[in-house]
Design a protein around this ligand. Sequence first.
Ligand code: NAD
Ligand code: HSE
Ligand code: NA
Length: 427
Amino acid sequence: MRTLKVALLGCGVVGSDVARYMATHAADLEARIGAPVELAGIAVRRADLPRPGIPEHLLTTDADALVTRPDVDVVVEVIGGTDRARDLITTAFGHGASVVSANKALIAAEGEHLHAAAASHGVDLYYEAAVAGAIPLLRPLRESLAGDRVNRVLGIVNGTTNFVLDKMDSAGADYPQALKEATALGYAEADPTADVEGHDAAAKAAILAGIAFNTRVCLDDVHREGITAVTAADIAAAKAMGCVVKLLAICDRGADGASVSVRVHPAMIPLDHPLAAVRGAYNAVFVEADAAGRLMFYGAGAGGAPTASSVLGDLVAVCRNKLAGVTGPGAAAYARLAVSPMADVVTRYHLAVDVEDGPGVLAEVAGVLGEHGVSVEHFHQERRDGGCRLAMSTHPSTDAALSAAVAALRASARVHGVTGIIRIEGR
Ligand SMILES: NC(=O)c1ccc[n+]([C@@H]2O[C@H](COP(=O)([O-])OP(=O)(O)OC[C@H]3O[C@@H](n4cnc5c(N)ncnc54)[C@H](O)[C@@H]3O)[C@@H](O)[C@H]2O)c1
Ligand SMILES: N[C@@H](CCO)C(=O)O
Ligand code: NA
């Protein structure tokens, strides 16, 4: 029986756990694949660092030589970044290796081209670990739901920001301290700006929407807002409304069936919504489909071992395919749906409008909102130094209408400021 050989690129948070589990689970992996699988080498930047549990003789700083070795069947890419990872993956395809990657930034930016390259060389490209860590999500969407029609994918897909928001909400932690902790626990990207500015979640949303709707969604198609503008006041306002603030990724099929919208932004959700109970670095994703109805996927969204679980699942799948002489399902972007602009997306909003305390102000604010087609669902007013704060939630309105209404409010002499503009979801 031939032994399948794996080149591991990167031995950081994820890579080191992949290497460890390959060793400790070797017998089960062999039984499930039907052949032994072993590491041919591990590409690292520095071979002289202490790496407990990692066989030193496998380390190499020459990733190019490793991926071009004729005995390598599968390349596992967990170095992150785009350019170098893309070049190594493309080289691996050219040398007949299938690839397993955890790299959402790369797949979101170049997935179409990489899938085509894999197909042209008759090899696989799998990346379950790229979206929502340990949670099996891409394979269920691509395979289990292939007979259904998905209309919505909504959830929490970034562990770092969920950890930070949770700490701010439950422990009153400050933002820099919470982010430091998430980084130390191995949840954050090499540059955590990718997490807190929503780039990581946007990449995952683009991948999810593409697979769920069988269409092409580019990173630029995704409306993106991170959590850096979320304040303690926003979190307190959410609490006062019986809500919690979460960073959500929302992919919707348009009512016309011919378009999609894809967005990532903070949103208030009611405490009794299942997503409100998603704590720490956990992720949860709802999928709504014609026949299946509502499905929920929940689990660890980040961290070395959970992500290694997804990588190893893909490794088993591509090894089985190799032995059978087949490839798995690739990208299927046949639907070619248009992507709707954010201006057309309809949601509820929370607003805090600071106004002068005097007769007719409330009517003026309601009038400005009404002129723009924004209708108020609830409001309460609270006296503050030198004026009043009107905290309100709106009925569903388009993003364009809400933005125009906010601009008009800000132009009014009796309005001192409009803050706390956060969408409300899950009601
Ligand atoms: N950490 C997580 O929770 C998690 C979850 C899902 C997906 N991912 C993805 O997995 C990938 C790796 O993440 P990580 O958290 O392990 O990062 P990490 O920074 O801990 O590990 C990456 C390692 O790759 C090494 N590296 C970089 N360029 C290299 C090169 N050219 N040759 C050899 N080694 C190189 C780095 O020195 C580092 O040790 C990223 O794409 C990330 O987005 C991470
Ligand atoms: N940085 C990512 C890792 C998992 O993809 C997160 O926090 O979710
Ligand atoms: Na996953």
